[in-house]
Design a protein. Structure first.
Length: 286
């Protein structure tokens, strides 16, 4: 009986220990870093250096209604002195050399609407650390703009390619598609109206980078930079998702040469598009 009693005590203790360690504890590091876009026509209008920018004399602008956007590259930067590419690179979209020079592969780009998930990656895959800045290279925009032609006020859709270079087989604007089968440099655009489709090349693309003095970006790229309100801290063991909303300023981001100074875009009056870049970026962390 003495040995039987001791044996029963051991069984009870072992069962108790097993019970305490068997509740299937939540695995560490299951959280994701999730990015979404927002378009804000009231946000500050900035220039390439991140300074407040007014519309130059002789030009006019409007805040387009965005339909889609895609980003080619995401990077977290620890400090203002971190060179582009030396931070934590989160994503880089596929590129091809089919058109000759290396270019973004538009066919494999992810185009999203406002509020849709643009990118999600496991937090455990990000280098742990503290990050002060986010850098995002935008590649494609699709939006609606107002214009006047033949004494009629109309609306059209613009497909705007703002990445450094894009290989395009074909692309859909709204209802119509254009076959390209080649590379197009930053600033290529196509415009669909009820009367047909046209295409062209914008004179410039604004890319706000407040770190111009300490961490410049290559000419012709579209890497927009913004600072977190408080540094983003990545431990790598987070179980809760971190959602980052990228708010882009569309404040009169579609700009043209206003030949008659009436503030209305009239493409048939030789009012050429001069800028179709974004006008700033802010980031909100949830």
């Amino acid at each position: 009986m003495k040995y039987l009693f001791s044996y029963l005590i051991i069984i009870v203790l072992l069962w108790s220990c097993q019970k305490e360690s068997d509740p299937n504890p939540l695995q560490e590091g299951t959280g994701k870093l999730i990015f979404k876009f927002k378009f804000d026509p009231q946000q500050e209008r900035l220039d390439n250096l991140g300074n407040i920018a007014n519309i130059p004399t002789g030009n006019a602008g409007q805040s387009p209604a965005f339909n889609l956007i895609s980003a080619h590259y995401y990077e977290l930067s620890p400090t203002a002195f971190t060179a582009l590419g030396k931070g934590a690179i989160l994503y880089q979209a596929p590129e091809v050399a089919t058109g000759g020079e290396n270019a973004i592969d538009f066919e494999r780009s992810k185009n999203v609407k406002e509020g849709e998930v643009a990118l999600e990656i496991p937090i455990k895959d990000i280098v742990a650390g503290q990050y002060e800045y986010l850098r995002v290279s935008l590649a494609y925009q699709n939006y609606s703009v107002k214009f006047r032609a033949l004494n009629m006020d109309l609306e059209g859709t613009v497909a705007s390619f703002i990445g450094f270079r894009t290989y395009i087989k074909s692309h859909r604007i709204k209802e119509s598609s254009l076959i390209v089968n080649g590379n197009r440099s930053q600033g290529y655009w196509a415009f669909e109206t009820p009367y047909g489709v046209s295409s062209g090349q914008a004179a410039r693309t604004t890319v706000p980078n407040p770190l111009f003095a300490t961490s410049p970006i290559p000419a012709g790229s579209c890497v927009v930079t913004a600072k977190f309100d408080t540094p983003l801290i990545i431990a790598g063991k987070e179980n809760k998702d971190i959602v980052i909303t990228i708010s882009l300023s569309t404040n009169k981001s579609f700009e043209w040469r206003d030949t008659n100074a009436n503030g209305i875009w009239e493409p048939l009056e030789n009012e050429n598009v001069v800028d179709m870049g974004v006008r700033g970026m802010k980031i909100k962390v949830e």
